[in-house]
Design a protein around this ligand. Structure first.
Ligand code: ADP
Ligand code: GLC
Length: 507
């Protein structure tokens, strides 16, 4: 099975969140299951720098696609190569005027969307479709697997370009439904997208073009990154306005839980923490805690219950709840370490709260891979109070490091953390703390329960040991994706919206 994996981030070359971790680990796991995977990415400078180019560039045909594939931009090219660090085979979409610029992949240096994002990511979907239909004479995929809104137009371009001819199957994976890629209607023509599909059953969304909705409507199969989130997004509360589409396509939607790359996240072999440790030699965990306290200027108290967090500080992640519980947390002898960046208001509130407790609470603003490992190793509890969470990876890393996750019981957090309650403690299934109502008081109660459990060291160690033994292997996810690829290649186009005019459905 040949799979073209289409995404925008790849750890360790370019990462803004979990999408990059998945982009690095899932293709390798699919390969171990017998798939042949190539990853298509925009040739952002950071990506290009980590790839060894092999062979000649392939020109993409100029006609019939987004206007950006024509003048005034130099014709985009496809470069083949391999990620230097891992050997993963990749295609780079080389269009320097679109992808080679300072700032982030989606936002400029001042945090605003790049004004030409519609063109930048339409070209990605279009190039994916071109490769799907044979742009590389030496390699043609059986499946095109597109990730998040940036690749959302790939399934529709695939159908438009294939017409009545054969085409690969398509899978669209939602990593986060909250980011949808919505653009004004007048983007259609420059992107080569027909008005005829600008309908409720196509890519129209409240009078705008939605890349996310295009992916949801035109892919053969839809997945998201946990079973619970797959259910949640079919409800008006969590559906971000697309729950109707998702209910309509419920039979094609499944949740496949992400995994962990245990070659990167393993306390027994983590070069970024001082003393390695594991379930049978936990001294290194105490050392990691002391090292973290020292590194961040916290009071060196072995008995302090250290709460850590490594997160984007967006509305999604729930950190606006944290300042209100900090006084209580510190009064009970706890300490807080937060590494993250994002929303200026959330950063300011956390900073102000931390400043009230010098030596007991600290906020580090920024992105720091090494510090992320040190926090996950050196904390006792990892806070993940997300309002919603498609999967979440840090709670999975925390489990492996003997750091008890304290989470809001939604999405992948609900699927992966078992609350410490009398029954689950008795049964040995408890792995952390879960709160259900999304407000400060519920978070506070969960913190109190963490302090209470910490007073009972044997029980704490039991929960910790259980969490460290749990495994969220990519192999499990890869097997599920392979089964899905088999299904859709047997009957491509059986259940998705078609670019042929069809009966209008309502929902
Ligand atoms: P999301 O993708 O929504 O941000 P995930 O939990 O899936 O959430 O993945 C976040 C990833 O990004 C994890 O690998 C986490 O360690 C990492 N991360 C988040 N913020 C930072 C940061 N400030 N510094 C270093 N790594 C971070
Ligand atoms: C998104 C989600 C996160 C998920 C990640 C990888 O960024 O917010 O929950 O773990 O994608 O799938």
């Amino acid at each position: 099975m040949k799979v073209l994996y289409v995404c925008t981030e790849l750890y360790p070359l370019l990462k803004t969140g979990g999408l990059a971790d998945v982009g690095a680990a899932l293709p390798a796991a699919l390969q171990a299951e017998g798939c042949e995977v190539r990853v298509l990415l925009p040739a952002f400078a950071a990506i290009a720098a980590g790839v060894r180019i092999e062979g000649d560039a392939m020109a993409l045909p100029a006609m019939g696609g987004p206007e950006v594939a024509r003048a005034p931009h130099p014709a985009p090219k496809i470069l083949s190569g391999r990620v230097r660090a891992t050997g993963q085979a990749v295609y780079l979409l080389d269009a320097p005027t679109l992808y080679q610029r300072p700032g982030g992949p989606y936002l400029d240096a001042s945090g605003r969307d790049w004004p030409d994002n519609a063109e930048r990511f339409a070209l990605l979907g279009w190039a994916a479709a071109r490769i799907g239909l044979g742009a590389d004479p030496r390699w043609q995929p059986d499946v095109l697997h597109a990730h998040d809104w940036h690749a959302g137009l790939a399934p529709v371009y695939l159908q438009l370009l294939a017409g009545a001819g054969p085409r690969p199957g398509s899978v669209f994976t939602i990593h986060n439904l909250a980011y949808q890629g919505i653009f004004p209607r007048d983007a259609l023509a420059p992107l080569g997208l027909p008005e005829s599909l600008f309908t409720i059953d196509g890519y129209e969304y409240h009078g705008h073009l939605s890349f996310m909705k295009a992916g949801l409507q035109f892919a053969d199969a839809l997945t998201t990154v946990s079973p619970r989130y797959a259910q949640e997004i079919t409800t008006p509360e969590q559906g971000c306005g697309l729950d109707g589409v998702l209910r309509q396509r419920a039979e094609q939607l499944s949740g496949i839980l992400n995994g962990v790359d245990y070659t990167v996240w393993n306390p027994a072999r983590d070069p970024l923490i001082g003393t390695p440790y594991d379930i049978d030699r936990m001294a290194g965990k105490a050392a990691a805690k002391q090292a973290l306290q020292g590194l961040l200027g916290l009071e060196l108290r072995p008995d302090a219950l250290v709460f850590g967090a490594v997160s984007r500080l967006s509305e999604q992640k729930g950190f606006h709840l944290v300042p209100a519980v900090l006084d209580d947390l510190v009064a009970r002898g706890g300490q807080l370490v937060v590494l993250g960046s994002g929303d200026a208001g959330i950063e300011a509130a956390l900073r102000e709260a931390a400043n009230r407790h010098p030596g007991q609470a600290v906020l580090r603003v920024g992105y720091d891979e090494a510090l992320a490992h040190r926090i996950i190793a050196g904390s006792d509890v990892l806070l993940v109070p997300s309002r919603f969470e498609p999967c979440g990876l840090t709670q999975l890393y925390a489990l492996r490091y003997g750091t008890l996750p304290l989470v809001h019981g939604v999405g992948g957090l609900a699927d992966t953390v078992v609350d410490s309650m009398p029954e689950t403690l008795e049964h040995g299934s408890a792995s952390g703390f879960v709160f259900h109502a999304f407000h400060t008081e519920a978070l506070r109660q969960a913190l109190h329960r963490a302090f209470a459990l910490h007073q009972r060291p044997a029980r704490w160690a039991g929960v910790q040991g259980h969490g460290m033994q749990l495994r969220f292997d990519w192999q499990v996810a890869a097997k599920a994706y392979c089964a899905l690829y088999q299904r859709i290649t047997a009957t491509p186009g059986a259940a998705c919206a078609s670019v042929e005019p069809g009966p209008r459905q309502s929902f």
